[in-house]
Write a protein that binds this ligand. Structure first.
Ligand code: KIV
Length: 281
């Protein structure tokens, strides 16, 4: 999917599926999947680095992970998050972060919130860097919000979200992530906007869904309750590690006796690579 395909994904078109990826190996699996879009989310601060919030992500850290993901994701839209404070320290700082992420391989950036940084969003869009908005539960605001509570549950906060969504469309965002809002409100915002709305914990009425890959694979222990686990990754990986440990201790692995590649002839890692090979798998 290219950015120009996004508008055809507005309902009643096909729904957009977006997954996060933070490293080359997982990104290569996402790249081979039919998922439409890959997000290098600042959730990597939690999922990859074990921080309690996303606030620890910096532009440099985002760029490092984005470049690893970009080496695997060639034919899908690759979006990277502008991390905590990246759009709040002035235009120069914001554009430096945009440049880092773009040079790392992101084709678009995602920005949380709009109030107070609308002009910066507009400048980024005007610089030909596509922007995906993100409102509702914005994890970078966790300290103001007092936790990860759903948003838009009373009339005033629902109306604020409707206004912010319209503002982001007006500023030129090509899509919007709507996180943890009641399903009817998500449906209302989706039908008000011309740009696709991608939901997370926002019910079934949006134009698409996004999930953190490690959440949907059942690998991250603190996944939000709305996540559907498509795999019990922790149990499967745990079993593989127990099997490995047992086989080492019982001296089952590696098997005794002369093996085909004992002299390393068949070990591809040691074979000389032909010129130019091994860059892309
Ligand atoms: O950081 C992230 O992974 C995100 C998605 C969950 C939308 O923003």
């Amino acid at each position: 999917m290219r950015i120009t395909d996004f508008y055809s994904y507005k309902k009643p078109g096909p729904r957009i599926s977006m997954v996060t990826a933070y490293d080359y190996t997982m990104a290569s699996i996402a790249a081979e999947s039919p998922a439409d879009c890959v997000l290098v989310g600042d959730s990597l601060a939690m999922v990859m680095h074990g921080h309690p919030t996303t606030l620890a992500a910096t532009p440099e850290l985002m760029a490092l992970h984005t470049s690893a993901v970009a080496r695997a994701v060639k034919d899908k839209l690759l979006v990277a998050d502008m991390p905590f404070l990246a759009v709040r320290k002035g235009l120069r700082h914001a554009m430096d972060a945009v440049e880092l992420l773009s040079r790392a391989g992101a084709q678009a950036v995602k920005i949380e919130g709009v109030d107070g940084h609308a002009e910066i969003i507009s400048h980024i869009v005007g610089s030909d860097v596509p922007v995906m908005g993100h409102i509702g539960l914005t994890p970078q605001s966790v300290n103001r919000l007092g936790g990860y509570a759903p948003q838009g549950r009373d009339e005033a906060s629902a109306e604020k979200l409707v206004r912010q969504a319209a503002e982001l469309e007006r500023l030129g965002c090509f899509a919007l992530v709507l996180e943890c809002v009641p399903a009817p409100l998500a449906g209302r915002i989706t039908s008000l906007l011309k740009i696709p709305v991608i939901g997370i914990g926002a019910g079934p009425h949006t134009d698409g869904q996004v999930l953190v890959l490690q959440d949907l694979l059942g690998m991250y222990p603190q996944a939000p309750s709305f996540v559907k686990k498509y795999l019990d990754g922790r149990a499967l990986i745990g079993k593989a590690l127990r099997d490995f440990d047992r086989e080492v201790k019982e001296q089952v692995f590696p098997p005794a006796g002369k093996r085909k590649n004992e002299d390393n002839k068949d070990d591809k890692r040691l074979a000389p690579a032909p010129y130019g090979a091994g860059i892309r798998r």
